[in-house]
Write a protein that binds this ligand. Structure first.
Ligand code: ADE
Length: 216
């Protein structure tokens, strides 16, 4: 992985990367020239590989676990972090003639720049790259991981000791009864999803619910 400073592709004394927006309005817009030169240098498609350009922006498509998995399988990702009010549109349009360009949002809030958003994406992506996590199984139960618990939030977890400050671990987890444990975990996941993300429950495929689920 390498990190680059956009200002290395400026040619003026102040190493200017932004200017006022055409049409007026508040804030500054990132100039196309440094971005163009930077992408020519950092993301040149070759006969062997084409990079995927990922631009974090609050006006992008929402970042999901499925996107993290898709990116984890890609040989070459280039992240372009904007600041200010955004990057001149022509940079996206011109880059898109040579490579896929994804504008991606982390959620309905506004960060000062894309750098922290990219750190978040890199963390989500890299843990899905085989060999990065010690225990591969630990990604399969994740909230949002594909599988039986897809689109349910993960429920609570416990470890030793069995009683702590007079609070006992739920008996079922100590029972050794794998079927009952799986049922309990699913019930807890359904309850948590209903409490924190009711819209996810509403979107569940009714065929994915069993008769126990409906009682939770
Ligand atoms: N840059 C600024 N805000 C952002 C957000 N919510 N997601 C991704 N990138 C951003």
């Amino acid at each position: 992985m390498s990190v680059h400073d956009l200002r290395s592709w400026t040619h003026d004394r102040h190493r200017t990367v932004d200017d006022t927006p055409y049409g007026g309005g508040p804030g500054m817009v990132m100039k196309p020239e440094p971005w163009g030169e930077a992408l020519d240098a950092v993301a040149p498609p070759t006969a062997e590989a084409t990079p995927r350009l990922v631009v974090p922006t609050p006006s992008g498509r929402p970042f999901t676990q499925a996107m993290a998995a898709e990116y984890a399988a890609r040989p070459w990702l280039v992240f372009a972090c904007g600041r200010y009010e955004g990057i001149d549109r022509r940079v996206y349009d011109e880059a898109a003639t040579r490579m896929p360009v994804d504008e991606v949002s982390l959620g309905d809030f506004v960060l000062a720049g894309g750098e922290v958003a990219v750190l978040v994406m890199i963390e989500a992506i890299s843990r899905l790259v085989p060999g990065v996590l010690g225990n591969r199984e630990s990604v399969t139960d994740d909230s949002f991981a594909p599988g039986a618990m897809e689109s349910l939030l993960e429920g609570p977890v416990y470890t030793k000791p069995p009683v702590w400050r007079e609070r006992a671990v739920p008996d079922v987890l100590l029972s050794g009864h794998h079927g009952a444990i799986a049922r309990w975990r699913r019930d807890e996941a359904l309850r948590r999803t209903a409490a924190h993300r009711p819209e996810l429950l509403a979107r569940l495929d009714p065929a994915a619910l069993d008769k126990h689920d409906r009682k939770v």
